[in-house]
Write a protein that binds this ligand. Structure first.
Ligand code: ASP
Ligand code: MG
Length: 439
């Protein structure tokens, strides 16, 4: 069995949804098809939730109506027969009636998550209606029947696996299963989700849960590129990456894959393929356990980083200082990305600023605290970077015109990370692109 996950742009237009149908029927293999919401829908649902949180019902109503119109146009182009169109009308009516009822009741976080779930429910139901119209046999698998997270928002892989296997056992003859990405149930049995971009994570969890042959992530780009194509003119897809390299790239800014989606695949050793719906025969990127080649393979940049420096004369010769510093971050559930130390100071970076004020206040107990916001982490990822000669010199040479706030080297053999002011990001990526790759 394989997993085929399609992102928002791959289902965002009626003609693209037809392409997805072509792609899943190219072979006779058993597959679970995981779909995102149509592109733009989750953003619209987030905006509806925000309007309701602000008690701005008029704005929420306006946004619901605009989204409703979008679906009314969509299904008419997607489906031909009267019967299929009637089905789609009913589906759309049901989901928009739900959104309109929410307008009348008092808003809370659980309701907000119900709102966010509508996108994937709509996309999968409309897609399933298309398959039915075309006489393509398929089974509709509601993700809410098997996908779950615990009280720490961690997926319950064992439970997911048991439930999903039990459901699949009811359909020994069927070959195509359609389910939602992103949505799940939480420990209170409420509708919840795997956070923005979480459909990739769903696909990977489902792959791990049934020990699938491969997890295919279909998007609108031909794999993971060696640099950010939105910033740098020349980039190329990377044919092969190890799980560790892919995790570093996904975490440090390569938008193509949700960073959490690596671990389930890695744990069960299931290859992940990043493929392009527009160019289905292009090789894309294959991510496996195999570590191949040496040297730099790709760059990625992560914005919105804040650096915090804690300087203390008491750190001199003291043990336990770092623990005290880290405990402050732990207390506020704020994860640290980069760390550098000197004898009298330590610098760390964070991207979640929700508790910055409290964190600074508590750190001031241990020394002077300085904060630099608007920083960018540039990550250089590859295999055996630390063992290869001259790579660091080349990197530094490319960056000679920019002040570097932090450097992290040797933490793993796959990564060198540098922290720069965000205003240097584009130039730095371009310069590294020229200096580190052969073109
Ligand atoms: N629809 C959700 C989002 O836009 C999940 C996903 O597409 O991965 O974040
Ligand atoms: Mg995505």
């Amino acid at each position: 069995m394989k997993i085929m996950k399609f992102g928002g742009t791959s289902v965002g237009k009626p003609e693209r949804m037809h392409q997805v149908k072509d792609l899943i029927t190219r072979d006779n293999n058993k597959k679970i098809v995981v779909l995102s919401a149509l592109s733009g829908t989750t953003n619209a649902l987030v905006a509806i939730g925000e309007a309701l949180a602000d008690a701005n019902k008029d704005l929420a109503k306006e946004k619901i109506e605009a989204l409703h119109q979008h679906y009314l146009t969509f299904y008419k182009q997607l489906l031909k027969s009267d019967a299929a169109q009637k089905k789609a009308e009913k589906i759309i009516k049901e989901h928009f009636e739900f959104l309109n009822i929410i307008l009348k009741i008092s808003f809370n976080e659980a309701i907000n998550r119900d709102i966010l779930a509508q996108g994937e429910l709509l996309s999968t139901k409309l897609f399933f209606t298309l398959l039915q119209e075309l006489g393509i046999g398929a089974v509709f698998l509601p993700a809410l029947d098997f996908m779950s997270i615990d009280e720490n928002h961690e997926p319950e892989l064992k439970k997911i696996s048991e439930k999903l296997k039990a459901i699949l056992a009811n359909y020994p003859q069927d070959r195509i299963f359609v389910t939602q990405g992103y949505i799940c149930k939480n420990h209170r049995n409420e509708v919840d989700n795997l956070k923005r971009g979480g459909s990739d994570y769903s696909a990977s969890l489902i792959g791990a849960a049934i020990n699938s042959e491969v997890i295919e992530i279909w998007t609108d780009i031909d794999g993971m590129h060696n640099n950010d194509p939105r910033i740098v003119d020349k980039t190329r897809p990377i044919a092969q990456l190890s799980f560790d390299e892919a995790a570093e790239l996904a975490y440090f800014g390569a938008k193509i894959l949700h960073p959490a989606s690596i671990w389930p695949a890695q744990q069960y050793n299931i290859p992940v393929k990043l493929l392009n719906t527009m160019e289905p025969d292009a090789p894309g990127t294959t991510i496996t356990a195999k570590e191949q080649g040496s040297g730099v393979k790709a760059l990625a940049a992560k914005d919105g980083i804040t650096a915090i420096k804690i300087k203390s004369s008491r750190m001199l010769l003291a043990y336990g200082f770092l623990r005290k510093v880290f405990e402050v971050f732990e207390k506020y559930k704020t994860s640290i990305d980069m760390i550098t130390t000197s004898e009298v100071a330590v610098s760390v970076t964070i991207d979640d600023l929700s508790h910055l004020a409290e964190i600074i206040k508590e750190l001031e107990i241990y020394g002077t605290v300085e904060v630099d916001s608007n920083q960018t982490i540039v990550s250089i990822v590859g295999n055996m970077i630390a063992e290869s000669k001259g790579t660091m010199a080349k990197i530094m040479n490319c960056l000679k015109d920019y002040p570097i706030r932090m450097v992290s080297y040797g933490g793993s053999r796959h990564n060198v990370s540098l922290l720069l002011d965000a205003k240097y990001k584009n130039e730095a990526l371009k310069s590294l692109n020229e200096g580190l790759f052969e073109w």
